[in-house]
Structures are given as structure tokens and as C-alpha cells.
Design a protein around this ligand. Structure first.
Ligand SMILES: [Zn+2]
Length: 394
């Protein structure tokens, strides 16, 4: 690693920074290469990160489920953290995506009140901020939170307020992605798309389609996505996780997805892979979750490194912090240990996360400028040398 280039130079080397970020060229000027630095979990923890694919109902604190169940008189399969962790397959490999999704029945049972939704969103953003996630997109389907009579608007407001509270406390930027559900009536997806349009510019950053992929094609929900696109709302779509590349093609060509959730099986179709690369369509990769749902056998066989080396815009995300028992820091560490991503690779992935944020271009560029500086500062700190000259002017 003696001739290892600066992480910042990796960022600059990416093909289309000027076009997609609008970063002024002065801010993108190459920095002198620092000496090599060892990748450690402490370093990964300190680096500024995004989490663009994170489900609210899969990312509660275990203690909060127990606390809310007691408050709301909800029966759980276990009354202690250990038993509850087992019941939700926390960090365990599941039989299938459907088996994995069954854990959400438990978490959803305590997310049926405004107070519960506020607390879950607030704590999730605090937990993300604590590992230096600077930008978080929290996704969930409001239609799954009306079992006790809450209005959809109340479900949205409670989560947005939880995120706003976390921002006041930690300055983390956070927004919401509203999910339609594949295995629900497409009319429900359309109602949720209307909600996403109504809350555009009020904290909702985009729309998604989640749920069981096999047997529930994305094109069935085309009307919802058409409404989203007609209203210039950003959208992503879970695809290529439990089904093949045809599912990704549908997400892109029928539903107009701007990003792909997972895309694990994209490697099976080289032509589509090139299309995704050529159009700089970001992949929201979630390594541990893919092992847990058996989308891949183990981390080492995940295509993340192949996608990265090929030039695709890849981001690393948690999917479900509780159910998968993970953090972005942990996912990056796994990418380093099992897939051989270097510090330079990881910094490029981090920057790709910020580039892929569902934010207005100018806001994204401002954020990227700060983040590029911070990456240099953090790496310099781990070298125990003076920060780069550009960082001193911050
Ligand atoms: Zn997901």
C-alpha cells in the first residue's frame, strides 16, 4: 500500500463528479497522498457515512420493543431481550426472504401509535448519528401502521417529528422514503404514492416498493410509480434480491426507478449491468441482509466488489439495523475483511452514498464538499499527522 493514493483522489477520479455534484473545481483539486493507513473499525466508525436503505420497522432498539409492548399492552413472543432477539431471527440466517419478513409482524405490533413511531424514528436517527452517519433515509410503509386506527397523515407526521428532533440534537440530516408493498393491492401502493407526493418537500424524499419479490412483479405497481414520476418525486425499488435481473429491468423500465434496492442478482445479466453502469444508477447494497435472506451464500460471494471494480455506483447500507444486527460501520468492515475493499475503495463508496442521496443537486453538492473535507481530516487524524491544508481552511 506504499503507493496508495489519497482517498480524496479516488473520489475525484470518479467519472462524473462535476456533472452530478456541481462541486467547484477548486474544491476538487487533488491533495498530496498521505502515508498508508490501516483500515480499522475505529476508522470506519469515524468516517462520515450515509445510510440510504434502512427500514424503520427493522431498526428499532430491542429494549424499545419491550418498552412499547408494555405501554400499549401488546403480546410479544418473548418478554426478555434474548428471547425476543431469537424470535426476530436477529442476525441469523433465515429460510427465505418471506421467513425474514415474518419478523416484521413483531416489530410492527408496537409501531401502531404516534408515540411509538416518534420514538422509533428518533432513536434510529440518534443511533445512526452516533456512528457518524451524516445523511439517513428511513423507509417504511405507513399502511402497515394503521392497525389501531391511526390516520396515514399521523403516521407520517410522527416519524418526521422524530427525525426532526434527532436533527436538533445531533445535526444528522434525515428524510423519509415511503414504501409501497409488492404483496399488497396495487391500489394501496397508489394511495401511498399520493401521500409521498403530498409530503414532497416536507421531509419525504422518495418512494419505494418493498415486500416479497417472488410472484409479486414491480410492474403491477406501475400506476403508483407513474404518479410519483409525474410529480417529479425520486424513487427506488427493491429488486434483484429474491428474484433475477428481470425484476431489476422492470423496476427500471416500467417503474422508472432512480436507484435499485439491492440489485444482488444484476450480475446475471451483463447487458443490464452495463445499462445500470452507463446510467449511473446507484445500487443500495446491504451485505449482511443478503446473507440473512439467502440472496447470497456468504459475504465473500457477494458481487459488491465486482460491481465496484466494474465501475458501478455502489452504496453500502444496513437494511435492518435490529433484525440484521448491523450498522453501516459493521457493513463497511465486512466489505473490507471479506471482499478486500481498500480504504480508497471505501472512501469512494462513502462518497457514492452522498452522491446518491435523494436531495436537490445544490444541497448534495454542499454536503459533498463538507464530507470530502471531513474524510481527509479523519484519514489524516488516523495517520496522526496534520490535516491536509484544504481542511485547515474549513
Ligand atoms: Zn430493504
Amino acid at each position: 500500500m506504499s503507493d496508495h493514493p489519497s482517498p480524496l483522489s479516488a473520489v475525484i477520479a470518479e467519472d462524473d463528479d462535476a456533472a452530478t455534484t456541481g462541486i467547484p473545481s477548486a474544491a476538487r483539486r487533488a491533495q498530496p497522498p498521505p502515508p498508508p493507513v490501516e483500515v480499522t473499525e475505529a476508522l470506519l466508525h469515524a468516517l462520515p457515512k450515509t445510510d440510504l436503505h434502512c427500514h424503520l420497522d427493522g431498526s428499532l432498539r430491542i429494549g424499545t420493543i419491550l418498552e412499547l409492548a408494555e405501554q400499549d399492552k401488546v403480546d410479544l413472543p418473548a418478554g426478555d431481550p434474548e428471547g425476543l432477539s431469537r424470535a426476530i431471527h436477529m442476525g441469523q440466517v433465515c429460510e427465505s426472504l418471506e421467513d425474514y419478513l415474518s419478523a416484521f409482524d413483531i416489530t410492527l405490533s408496537v409501531l401502531q401509535t404516534e408515540a411509538g413511531l416518534f420514538q422509533a424514528a428518533h432513536e434510529l436517527a440518534l443511533d445512526a448519528a452516533a456512528e457518524n452517519v451524516r445523511y439517513l433515509e428511513v423507509r417504511y410503509s405507513p399502511a402497515l401502521h394503521v392497525q389501531r386506527g391511526l390516520k396515514l397523515t399521523a403516521v407520517i407526521e410522527a416519524v418526521l417529528e422524530g427525525l426532526r428532533e434527532a436533527k436538533r440534537e445531533t445535526r444528522i440530516k434525515a428524510g423519509v422514503i415511503i414504501c409501497g408493498i409488492r404483496n399488497q393491492d396495487p391500489q394501496t401502493s397508489l394511495r401511498l404514492a399520493e401521500l409521498a407526493v403530498a409530503y414532497k418537500n416536507k421531509g419525504v424524499k422518495g418512494f419505494d416498493l418493498a415486500g416479497a419479490e417472488y410472484n409479486f412483479p414491480a410492474k403491477d405497481h406501475k400506476a403508483a410509480f407513474q404518479l410519483i414520476l409525474n410529480n417529479n418525486v425520486n424513487c427506488t425499488c427493491h429488486a434483484g434480491e429474491a428474484y433475477g435481473p428481470e425484476s431489476i429491468a422492470q423496476a427500471l423500465h416500467y417503474n422508472g426507478a432512480h436507484r435499485i434496492g439491492h440489485g444482488t442478482r444484476l450480475r446475471e445479466d451483463g447487458d443490464l449491468l452495463n445499462y445500470v453502469n452507463d446510467h449511473r444508477i446507484p445500487l443500495e447494497v446491504c451485505l449482511s441482509s443478503n446473507v440473512q435472506t439467502r440472496a447470497v451464500r456468504d459475504i465473500a460471494s457477494h458481487p459488491l466488489k465486482f460491481y465496484f471494480d466494474y465501475g458501478l455506483r455502489v452504496t453500502v447500507n444496513t437494511d435492518n439495523r435490529l433484525i440484521t444486527d448491523t450498522t453501516v460501520t459493521k457493513e463497511l468492515w465486512l466489505a473490507h475483511r471479506h471482499l478486500g475493499l481498500s480504504l480508497e475503495d471505501i472512501c469512494t463508496v462513502l462518497v457514492s452514498g452522498f452522491k446518491s442521496a435523494f436531495l436537490p443537486s445544490r444541497e448534495r453538492a454542499d454536503l459533498l464538499e463538507v464530507v470530502n473535507r471531513e474524510i481527509s481530516e479523519v484519514v489524516a487524524r488516523f495517520h496522526q499527522v496534520e490535516p491536509l491544508s484544504a481542511a485547515r481552511t474549513a
